[in-house]
Design a protein around this ligand. Structure first.
Ligand code: CFM
Length: 479
């Protein structure tokens, strides 16, 4: 029974925590929760989250710079994003997120570039503002069609007290394109999450409401928080358009600065990644009265549910088209399920993703008959955990900012059939003989959003779990 599993799982987590020294154990204990009936009924979660990682305990989190440059601003394709500071941050985050964008590289798409001020000792001692000005001028000369520049601060910029705001003002005037300073120094906050917030605030202060839509329509919507990983936003956009809506902006996958500037004229903001962009949705609601809603385009069950909920915000013509679209794709989706469910039903899945997907992808796994036995986040907040509870069954193990050891211990003891996390985890699990899928980058695959995405998702999960290679591998660690 689930009650019995819950007690067993509680014991498992207690055993896991035994390896830690007393104080660390006390601290880390608050980052685990075994879902029980009470939590399910109340949707109240006692999980501690969004607090500093325990020193010495390996964390998979990123930093504020990652959250701003890598996540929110980086995908804006027609701007140059300067990694301002020492060369490493820009270099090691170069091309690591699969945010696809249309356009011609170097002309109207700069997403594949790594532009950095490459701080040297001299810049740390005497300040880097002059160098930054020079860099902005060079950018304008090299890429005259770039529609703006963002300055993404790395740690030292904040530590030495450079005035990038003054540089931004001066350069905006001189170069006649927006030059936007962003104070996303990596040391701020406890993870990339504060970087999202800082990046959102910079959009609010420098871009929101600055442009006008040539012709506004009754069905104008904006996609907020889809980064077009492996083409996700494209697979989502076509569905919204098919039900008769007009997508006026994509935040920020395959997006442009103009799209950011006109979004205050949207009729409804559709929020996919709540964690990274809820700030802007509420901002536009407060300032311009634009309603927003969350949706989930992973797996046919959630996609259909979401499409209907979106259509319900509009008139009957949209609702009618929505039903036609569902009727059109449903047989295709049933075919995908008929093909893969028999091979995947009952398989146990464990997940660790950033701040959203650990709950948003659950429905897609369940559409294939797979079961989530344990899930959690790197940097989610309390509201994310409470939203997650609605997707979980009793006895599921929930964790926050887990250490590599925690995950490996649980994966082994729970005998999971599939682990879904990031590249830092992947090869450890392969060595353990456990099938693995990257749930950040989609493992060089995708899209996973929408109906098109589900066909790819199902194929990929089957390929991972049922690969004959696992039979050839004798696991040296598990016997
Ligand atoms: Fe949102 Fe994301 Fe995520 Fe995220 Fe990220 Fe990402 Fe993520 Mo990696 S914006 S919170 S900071 S859905 S990069 S596209 S996969 S950790 S779960």
């Amino acid at each position: 029974t689930t009650e019995k599993t819950r007690i067993e799982n509680q014991k498992l987590v207690d055993e896991l925590l035994e390896v830690y020294p007393a104080r660390t154990k006390k601290f880390r204990k608050k980052h685990f929760e075994i879902v029980d009936q009470e939590a399910l009924e109340s949707s109240k979660c006692s999980m501690k989250s969004n607090i500093k990682s325990r020193p010495g305990v390996m964390t998979t989190r990123g930093c504020a710079y990652a959250g701003s440059k890598g996540v929110v601003w980086g995908p804006i394709k027609d701007m140059i994003h300067i990694s301002h500071g020492p060369v490493g941050c820009g270099q090691y985050s170069w091309g690591t997120r699969r945010n696809y964008a249309n356009g011609v590289l170097g002309v109207n798409n700069f997403t594949a570039m790594q532009i950095t001020s490459d701080f040297q000792e001299k810049d740390i001692v005497f300040g880097g503002d002059k160098k930054l000005e020079q860099l902005c001028r060079e950018v304008k000369e090299l890429f005259p069609l770039a529609k703006g520049i963002s300055i993404q601060s790395e740690c030292p910029v904040g530590l030495i007290g450079d005035d990038i705001e003054a540089v931004g003002k001066k350069m905006t005037k001189e170069l006649e394109i927006p030059v936007i300073p962003i104070r996303c120094e990596g040391f701020r906050g406890v993870s990339q999450s504060l970087g999202h917030h800082i990046a959102n605030d910079a959009i609010r202060d420098h871009v929101m409401g600055t442009r006008e839509l040539a012709e506004a329509g009754p069905y104008d919507v904006a996609i907020i928080g889809d980064y077009n990983i492996g083409g996700d936003a494209w697979a989502s956009r076509i569905l919204l358009e098919e039900i008769g809506l007009r997508v006026i902006a994509q935040w920020s996958g395959d997006g442009s600065i103009n799209e950011l500037g006109i979004t205050h004229q949207s009729k409804l903001n559709l929020v996919h990644c709540y964690r990274s962009m809820n700030y802007m949705a509420t901002e536009m609601e407060e300032k311009y009265g634009i309603p927003w809603m969350e949706y989930n385009f992973f797996g046919p069950t959630k996609t259909i549910e979401s499409l209907r909920a979106i259509a319900a915000r509009f008139d009957e013509s949209i609702q009618e088209k929505c039903e036609q679209v569902i009727a059109k794709y449903k047989p295709e989706m049933d075919k995908v399920i008929a093909k893969y469910k028999p091979k995947l039903a009952g398989k146990k899945v464990m997940l660790l993703v950033g701040g959203l997907r650990a709950r948003h992808t659950i429905g897609a796994y369940e559409d294939l008959g797979m079961e989530i036995v344990s899930t959690g986040y790197e940097f989610a907040h309390k509201d994310d955990y409470e939203k997650t509870l609605k997707e979980l069954k009793e006895s599921t193990i929930l964790y926050d900012d887990p250490a590599a050891f925690d995950l490996e211990y649980l994966a082994e003891k729970l005998q999971v059939d599939l682990m879904g996390a990031g590249v830092k985890e992947k090869y450890v699990y392969h060595k353990m003989g456990i099938p693995f899928r990257q749930m950040h980058s989609w493992d060089y695959s995708g899209p996973y959003h929408g109906f098109d995405g589900f066909a790819v998702f199902a194929r990929d999960m089957d390929a991972a779990v049922n690969s004959p290679v696992w039979n050839l591998l004798k696991n040296p660690f598990i016997h």
